[in-house]
Design a protein around this ligand. Structure first.
Ligand code: HEC
Length: 140
């Protein structure tokens, strides 16, 4: 089930990418690295809300942002990344993104669609999880 969702997203990304590429690159086939993690993430021992947030993240976000929020080549960016440090993307951004979707602006993966079926309370736990990962990886 997860696999088929992933394949669907990869297919959508491939089709989207086809139209975005300049003409002379349109025949390019996605490389074997598609879906590979984009960064190496040290996973700390998670407790409390961060641990609950991990489960929610895996159910709702990892299909694009990858295991441990390490991103996936050709799919979506790592959230364990300087771009998403608290000073640049405050916690509110993590509530707004799944609610409203995100127009592609930092990367070239395309837009993030809204993610249905996840509450603000659950997203606050996701934030606790992401911040715990960020801190363990020197992103403050
Ligand atoms: C269908 C794929 C997909 C799913 C599912 C998804 N995202 Fe994203 N997300 C993206 C992409 C692609 C971007 C990068 C947009 C850009 O170029 O800035 C992004 C960006 C973000 C951002 C940055 C927003 C900003 O203001 O720049 C946050 C935060 C985020 N995602 C959180 C989440 C969370 C939390 C979930 C799960 C509830 C989730 N995403 C699920 C694809 C996805």
């Amino acid at each position: 089930m997860r696999m088929s969702v992933l394949l669907l997203i990869l297919a959508a990304a491939a089709v989207g990418g086809y139209f975005l590429l300049p003409g002379d690159q349109q025949a390019e086939i996605p490389t074997a690295a598609t879906g590979e993690p984009m960064v190496e993430v040290v996973v700390p021992e998670l407790t409390g809300n961060a641990k609950l947030g991990e489960k929610i993240f895996e159910a709702k976000c990892a299909v694009c942002h990858g295991r441990n929020a390490a991103g996936q080549q050709g799919v979506a960016p790592p959230l364990v990344h300087q771009i998403y440090r608290p000073g640049h993307h405050a916690d509110a951004a993590f509530l707004l993104a799944p609610r409203n979707g995100v127009r592609a602006h930092h990367w070239t993966f395309g837009n993030m669609p809204p993610v249905p079926g996840v509450t603000d309370g659950e997203l606050k736990m996701v934030v606790a999880y992401i911040r715990a990962l960020q801190q363990a990886n020197g992103i403050n």
